[in-house]
Write a protein that binds this ligand. Structure first.
Ligand code: AGP
Length: 610
C-alpha cells in the first residue's frame, strides 16, 4: 500500500511533504522518509515506525531546494526498519515506490554480479539502481525511467528524482494509485488527493502504464513508450477539514458519529421524499436495460466491503428475486469463475483501489460480465473500470477500520435492490414505500444508538476480561456478526469469530465456557425465535451473552449479561443500525487497552498489493 508524496514548486518542500504524508499515514506506518534537494545535493532523512519519529528527526533540518519526495511504508519486502525505509537511493537517484516488483530476485542477482552494493532488503531499491545504471549512459532522467520500465515485472508505482536535475520529477503508475495535483506554478504527485487537497482541488488521475513528467512548471503526460497522451483535470470538492478530527479523540469515533449524515447523503440522490419512492432516472439507460436482462448477480469485495456484499445478497434475492453469489475478491480471481451470459458483477470498495477487487473486476470484464462499482472515491481505479457507478458519498474515511463507508454501502444496497426489482416489475408500490420509509428513518435511529458510546466506555474494562468473543446472527444479521468480529480483531487484537447462529452446534459450541462472550445480533425479525433457541444452547454451557435486540425484548434480555435495545426497524435496515453498537464496543475496547485505534498494527487502509 504505502503513501507517496512528491512536490516541485516554489515553496520549501519539507513541510508540504510531511503534511501530505500525515494524510496518507493510513496507507502504511511502519517507517517513513523524505529526500529533498538541498544546495544541489540530495538530503535524505528516514525513520522507523510512525511518521512522528521522522518529524522529530526533521525538527533541526532545513532544506533550501524546491523538489522533494516522501513515503510512508507498509512493508512487503524487508522488515519495517530504517534501512528499508524509502526513499531509496542509488548514486544520484532517489526513488519512492508502492507495489511489488515480481522479478526482484533476478534483478538483484544481476546487480550483485555487476558489483552493485545493495543496502536494503527491499525490491524498491533495485529500481533505483537500474535507473542510476542507465542514466550514467543517457544523462536523461525520462529516457532512463522508460528504459528501466521494460526490465521490471509487477504492479508498481514509482516517483523518481535526480540530484543533477533539481527541477524535474517523474512518476510512473502501474497498479497502486498515483494522482497529480495541479497547483499555481507547483505540482504534487500523491497516492491520494487528501495529501494535496490543502493546496489544490485540480487533479489528474494516472491510468496504468502512464508517466507524468514535471519539469519546472510544465507537466506532460505520456504512455510507457513516451508517446504524449491527453488527460482530463478533475476538480475534487473535498475540503481539508474533512480530514481533521473535529474534536473527537480518534478519526474512527468521528466517523462512527458521522454515520447518520453519511447515510442521509448516500441515499439522497436516489429518493423522492414526496412519494417515498426510489428514482430510476440516475441509473442510466445502459444499466436500466441490463437490470431487465440479468440472470445472476455476483458481488465481489474484500473485508468489511465483503460483509456489506453479503447483506446485498439477502436484499437483492429477496427484493428483486435475482440469484446472487458473493465472492471474496482474492478467491474469485483465481477460482476460474464461470460467468453465465447476462451476469452483473458488482464490486464494493471504499477506497476503489483494493488490488484484489481491481483484478477481480478486470477479470469479470474479460469473462464478458457487465459491471457496477460501489465506491467512495469517484475516479478511483475500480470506479474507472466499471460501466455503472454508485457512490457512498460519505466524504473521506480516515480510520483504518471502516465504519461509515459500511453503513452507507448498506443503504445503497437497499436502493439498488429496489431499483433492480422495479425495472423487473417485482416490487409493489407499498413494499417500495416501506423500504424507503425505513431508510429515511435510519439517521435518527442511528442517533439513538450512538448513546451506547458512553455505555461501552464504562463497560470496556469488564468486557476486556473475556478471553474470546463469538459473534452470532442469522439472515441479514449474520454478516453483521462477521463485521462485528472483524472490528474487534482489527482494533482490540482479541480473538473473535463471527458465525451463523444455526451453525454453532456444528463445532463452535465446543469453545463455550464462562470466559467466552457471545455477542448476538438478534433484532425482531422472522428468525428471532430460532436465534433465541441457539442462545439457550450457548447459555446452558456457561457462555456469557451480550445481545442486541429490538426494543424491550424481555426473553432476550433475561438471558443476557448485557442487553442493548435497538429501535424497531424493517428487516432491510436493521443491519445499518445494529452494527453501530458493535463499532462502539470495539472502539472502546481498543481505546481502553491503549491500542492505536486509527492505525491498528500491521494493517493499512488501502490494500493496493495482493
Ligand atoms: C475494514 O475495517 C478493514 N480495514 C478492511 O477489511 C477493508 O474493508 C478492506 O481492506 C476492503 O477495503 P476497500 O473497501 O477499500 O476495498
Amino acid at each position: 500500500m504505502c503513501g507517496i508524496v512528491g512536490y516541485l514548486g516554489p515553496k520549501e518542500p519539507k513541510n508540504i511533504i510531511i503534511e501530505g504524508l500525515k494524510k496518507l499515514e493510513y496507507r502504511g506506518y511502519d517507517s517513513a522518509g523524505i529526500a529533498v534537494i538541498h544546495d544541489g545535493k540530495t538530503k535524505r532523512v528516514r525513520a522507523q515506525g510512525k511518521l512522528k519519529n521522522l518529524e522529530e528527526k526533521l525538527i533541526s533540518e532545513s532544506f533550501n531546494g524546491h523538489l522533494g519526495i516522501g513515503h510512508t511504508r507498509w512493508a512487503t519486502h524487508g522488515a519495517p526498519n530504517e534501512r528499508n525505509a524509502h526513499p531509496h537511493q542509488a548514486g544520484e537517484i532517489s526513488l519512492v515506490h508502492n507495489g511489488i516488483i515480481e522479478n526482484y530476485l533476478e534483478i538483484k542477482a544481476e546487480l550483485i554480479k555487476k558489483g552493485t552494493e545493495i543496502k536494503s532488503d527491499t525490491d524498491s531499491e533495485l529500481v533505483a539502481h537500474l535507473i542510476w545504471e542507465d542514466i550514467q549512459k543517457t544523462q536523461n532522467l525520462l529516457q532512463s525511467v522508460k528504459n528501466t520500465l521494460g526490465k521490471i515485472v509487477g504492479a508498481f508505482s514509482i516517483l523518481v528524482m535526480w540530484e543533477k536535475s533539481p527541477n524535474e520529477l517523474i512518476a510512473f503508475k502501474d497498479g497502486p494509485p498515483l494522482i497529480v495535483g495541479i497547483g499555481e506554478k507547483e505540482h504534487f504527485v500523491v497516492s491520494d488527493v487528501q495529501a494535496a487537497i490543502k493546496y489544490t482541488k485540480r487533479f489528474v488521475y494516472l491510468n496504468d502504464r502512464e508517466i507524468v513528467h514535471i519539469q519546472g512548471t510544465d507537466v506532460k503526460f505520456m504512455n510507457a513508450k513516451g508517446e504524449p497522451i491527453k488527460k482530463d483535470i478533475v476538480t475534487v470538492d473535498w475540503s481539508e477539514d474533512q480530514v481533521e478530527k473535529a474534536g473527537f479523540k480518534h478519526f474512527m469515533l468521528k466517523e462512527i458519529y458521522e454515520q447518520p449524515r453519511a447515510v442521509a447523503q448516500a441515499i439522497a440522490p436516489y429518493i423522492d421524499t414526496d412519494t417515498h419512492s426510489i428514482l430510476l432516472k440516475n441509473i442510466g439507460y445502459e444499466m436500466t436495460d441490463l437490470y431487465k436482462k440479468i440472470d445472476r448477480v455476483f458481488f465481489i469485495a474484500c473485508g468489511t466491503s465483503y460483509y456489506a456484499a453479503m447483506v446485498g445478497k439477502y436484499l437483492i434475492e429477496q427484493i428483486a428475486k435475482v440469484p446472487v453469489e458473493t465472492d471474496i475478491a482474492s478467491e474469485f480471481r483465481y477460482r476460474k469463475p464461470v460467468m453465465p451470459a447476462n451476469t452483473l458483477v458488482i464490486t464494493i470498495s471504499q477506497s476503489g483501489e483494493t488490488a484484489d477487487t481491481l483484478a477481480a473486476i478486470r477479470l469479470a470484464k474479460e469473462c464478458g460480465a457487465q459491471t457496477l462499482s460501489i465506491t467512495n472515491v469517484a475516479q478511483s481505479s475500480i470506479d474507472r473500470e466499471a460501466t455503472g457507478h454508485m457512490y457512498m458519498n460519505t466524504g473521506v474515511e480516515v480510520g483504518v477500520a471502516s465504519t461509515k463507508a459500511f453503513t452507507s454501502t448498506l443503504s445503497l444496497l437497499n436502493i439498488l435492490a429496489v431499483q433492480i426489482a422495479k425495472v423487473r416489475g417485482k416490487i409493489s408500490v407499498a413494499d417500495e414505500k416501506q423500504i424507503v420509509q425505513s431508510l429515511l428513518a435510519v439517521p435518527s435511529q442511528m442517533e439513538t444508538v450512538l448513546s451506547y458510546d458512553k455505555y461501552f466506555k464504562e463497560a470496556a474494562a469488564k468486557l476486556a476480561e473475556f478471553k474470546g468473543f463469538l459473534y452470532l446472527g442469522r439472515g441479514v444479521s449474520f454478516p453483521i456478526a462477521l463485521e462485528g468480529a472483524l472490528k474487534l480483531k482489527e482494533l482490540a487484537y482479541m480473538h473473535a469469530e463471527g458465525y451463523a447462529a444455526g451453525e454453532m452446534k456444528h463445532g463452535p459450541l465446543a469453545l463455550i465456557d464462562k470466559d467466552m462472550a457471545i455477542v448476538v445480533v438478534a433484532p425482531s425479525d422472522d428468525l428471532i425465535d430460532k436465534t433465541i433457541s441457539n442462545l439457550q444452547e450457548a447459555k446452558a454451557r456457561g457462555g456469557k451473552i451480550i445481545s442486541i435486540g429490538t426494543g424491550e425484548n424481555e426473553g432476550l434480555k433475561s438471558m443476557s449479561e448485557f442487553y442493548l435495545p435497538l429501535p424497531a426497524a424493517f428487516w432491510t435496515t436493521n443491519p445499518l443500525v445494529a452494527v453501530v453498537p458493535l463499532q462502539l464496543m470495539s472502539y472502546h475496547l481498543a481505546d481502553h487497552l491503549k491500542y492505536d485505534v486509527d492505525q491498528p498494527r500491521n494493517l493499512a487502509k488501502s490494500v493496493t498489493v495482493e
